[in-house]
Design a protein around this ligand. Structure first.
Ligand code: KG4
Ligand code: ZN
Length: 364
């Protein structure tokens, strides 16, 4: 195995296949901790899943098989690098859809074996968590709000591999709630951008509940909000354009209130845990972080608590391989490498010690 000293730059190929994006990227991490994106390729499978209103695992796995080699070739071409220039190969090894993970991890292991370089099994959630180090040079610790189609969590990021989960969802993930809300309003998939677009045309005139507000632990629950939205939509059926816009605006406002309240609670816990001297920064990651209304709400609550808000650019917030390559490079710089026996993990919590949230379903 060829390995470099601590003071050399590290160049890593990253592969992401945990859900419905087939992605490959090359990132370089300098010895001083700064990062540079040499290439980032994302081939979305959206068209393949849109008709079903969600990701179909078997279709996703097959599409990864068909698209991954070309995505890797393109990334290496854009980086203008030969495979021999790589110091390691990283792949998302979980959490996610098993079929897709197998494709990415097996490919990465094969390349690593051929090159005699380390393979690095990256936790997809850790990759989201570490992105702010690449985009903003942010040091530890910070608070992370991870809001995607599959995850809704508030975590203290203390260091590489060191996380404390403060809150999670008891039922639906936030992006999933947007997707379901859009579906019941007759809008397309993915639902988040559709709801945001409709909301801009309407006013938040429909009273909807804000579940969990004021609860001491910063957990989320979104199923009741979705049910209330369904009831309001059914009461107005058939829906006019105006109804759709107003219901979208009302839903989005309810979500903004919920995440402001839950994040405010997490700010308090963060300071209790780490003390008043700890860096105050909130990083938002996941596809939902693209929503401008939610970002504005988070800006307000972060300001009020003296926290700096860090939101990486949308293409690095939603699923991508740059974050996998970067997480791989950071782990490599800490000597954290795996071998080809590293398992694939459908579930892989960042904080395995976190107690189950009371009332939580399987998704928590
Ligand atoms: O992180 P992501 O691209 O994929 C994973 O789920 O891992 O997140 C996708 C989710 C979808 O549920 C989508 O509806 C939501 O992010 N989303 C949004 C917006 N853009 C994407 N939700 C609210 N507002 C948006 N503008
Ligand atoms: Zn993700």
């Amino acid at each position: 195995m060829v390995s470099k000293g601590k003071d050399s730059p590290l160049t890593v190929l990253g592969i992401e296949t945990s859900c419905d994006e087939t992605a490959a990227a090359v990132v370089r991490r300098e010895a001083d901790g700064r990062g540079e994106i040499l290439a980032g390729v994302v081939r979305s499978q959206l068209d393949l899943h849109a008709a079903y209103g969600g990701v179909v695992p078997e279709i996703a796995a097959r599409a990864h098989v068909e698209m991954l080699d070309a995505a890797i070739r393109q990334a290496m071409g854009e980086a203008k690098l030969d495979f021999a220039a790589l110091d390691a190969v990283a792949a998302a090894a979980g959490p996610g859809l098993i079929g897709g993970l197998i494709v990415g991890v097996t490919t990465a292991k094969a390349i690593a074996i051929a090159l005699r370089r380390p393979f690095i099994a990256v936790n997809h959630l850790e990759a989201h968590a570490l992105t702010a180090g690449l985009t903003d040079g942010l040091d530890f610790p910070y608070l992370l709000l991870l809001v995607s189609g599959g995850h809704t969590q508030l975590l203290i990021v203390k260091g590489v591999g060191s996380y404390e989960r403060l809150g999670t969802t008891l039922d639906d993930a936030l992006g999933e709630a947007f997707d379901k809300a859009a579906k019941l309003l007759g809008l397309g998939y993915p639902g988040g951008p559709e709801i945001e677009r409709e909301a801009a045309k309407g006013s938040a005139t429909v009273a909807l509940p804000r579940p969990m507000l004021g609860r001491s632990e910063p957990h989320f629950s979104l199923a009741g909000l979705k049910t209330a939205l369904r009831r309001e939509a059914e009461a107005r059926a058939p829906l006019s354009q105006r109804d759709i816009a107003d219901l979208s605006a009302s839903f989005q406002d309810a979500v903004a209130d919920i995440i402001s309240d839950r994040t405010a609670r997490a700010f308090d816990l963060y300071q209790q845990r780490l003390g008043p001297g700890a860096q105050r920064a909130l990083v938002v990651a996941g596809g939902v972080a693209a929503n401008r209304r939610l970002k504005a709400a988070l800006e307000t609550v972060a300001d009020a608590h003296g926290f700096r808000l860090v939101v990486p650019p949308p293409e690095l917030c939603s699923d991508n391989a740059v974050m996998i390559a970067w997480a791989g490079a950071v782990r490599l710089s800490h000597g954290l490498v795996d071998d080809v026996s590293a398992p694939i993990r459908a579930r892989w919590p960042l904080d395995p010690a976190a107690p189950p949230a009371i009332g939580a379903g399987v998704k928590a």
